[in-house]
Design a protein around this ligand. Structure first.
Ligand code: FAD
Length: 302
């Protein structure tokens, strides 16, 4: 059996595998797609100490760094079941069952898409999902935020301080965000809030040049010219396969303590699949290190 089995090969899982392997113990890592969300990213400018890099390049470096160590790397494998017996068992979709004394879950998350024409086409060409990452690309420009929940309104407030103008589009007749966020939003001079509207299309040529929406009460179709669209309708953790084996919150995020431990002894978690409040590369890597050290601590005590 492994001492530490990492499930997920993004920044969190890579960091966990390296930290664990440096303890001289048996480490394995299973990843459906090595690199994770980083593979979908173009420019990265907030990975501290690296002024600018690109997703594919960072993903390749993650894998290269993991392979410097004696880590059993199992790529293109998807975990489908976890069970705690004497050891922790992880069953893969190909039927193999991996056994380990400890497991670190780092299966990440995915942004929910609006699914309108133009969204996929203009991804990274004006369509963005992370205001912390891509906000500064739109300095002095006009942008839209799709989604009036807490994350949408937080994004709109954040972006209003950077860009020229923000248009918020909410499908429902009312914003769902907390009142304090709404008050703050409505106090800003460069924000327009459109409620009860359905996004129809993100338009553009080589990059985004506007958004078309339908007023749901009148049926009227409107178009706004702008250069960026932030989709903020939810980040979904890749944790469904865990069922009730570990505690998850109502968003489906794995609940961890300050040592990265879940409620199931020997099972740890890190990165975007957990209840960590902010989802970023550098934060995922930090939590991967924490989970690995937490797992090592557990191993020397049990
Ligand atoms: P992920 O990167 O999501 O990795 C999850 C891993 O788990 C993958 O290897 C996946 O294949 C694997 N996996 C999932 N389910 C299973 C399963 N059942 N079995 C086996 N493997 C599984 N952050 C920044 O800091 N700066 C940026 O500029 C930035 N830009 C971004 C741009 C985009 C378009 C996106 C989508 C995200 C961006 N982020 C950025 C966020 C950042 O990418 C994430 O916070 C980070 O990748 C999370 O790392 P993670 O390891 O927790 O999860």
């Amino acid at each position: 059996p492994f001492d530490v089995l990492v499930v997920g090969g993004g920044p969190a899982g890579s960091s966990a595998a390296i930290y664990a392997a440096r303890k001289g113990i048996r480490v394995g890592i299973v990843a459906e797609r090595f690199g994770g969300q980083v593979m979908d990213t173009v420019g990265i400018e907030n990975f501290i100490s690296v002024k600018h890099t690109e997703g594919a390049k960072l993903a390749a470096s993650l894998e290269e760094h993991v392979k410097e160590y004696n880590v059993d790397v199992m790529k293109l494998q998807r975990a489908k079941r976890l069970e705690k017996k004497d050891l922790v068992e992880v069953e893969l979709e190909n039927g193999a069952v991996l056994k380990s004394k400890t497991v670190i879950l780092s299966t990440g998350a995915r942004w929910r898409n609006v699914g309108v024409p133009g969204e996929a086409e203009f991804k990274n060409k004006g369509v963005a999902y992370c205001p912390h990452c891509d906000g500064p690309l739109f300095i002095g420009k006009d942008v839209a935020v799709i989604g009036g929940g807490n994350s949408g309104i937080e994004a709109a407030i954040d972006l209003a301080g950077i860009v020229k103008h923000v248009t918020v589009l909410e499908f429902n007749p009312e914003l769902k965000a907390d009142a304090v966020l709404q008050d703050r939003l409505y106090s800003l001079p460069n924000v327009t809030v459109l409620k009860n509207v359905q996004t129809k299309e993100i338009t553009g040529t080589d990059k985004v040049n506007g958004i078309t929406y339908i007023e749901r009460d009148t049926g009227a179709e409107k178009h706004v010219e702008l250069q960026g669209v932030f989709v903020q309708i939810g980040l979904v953790p890749n944790t469904d396969w865990l069922g009730d084996t570990v505690e998850r919150n109502r968003m489906g995020e794995i609940v961890v303590n300050s040592h990265g431990a879940t409620n199931l002894p020997g099972v740890f978690a890190a990165g975007d699949c957990t209840n960590s409040p902010y989802k970023q590369i550098i934060i995922s890597m930090g939590s991967g290190a924490t989970a690995a050290l937490g797992a090592f601590d557990y191993l020397i005590r049990n």
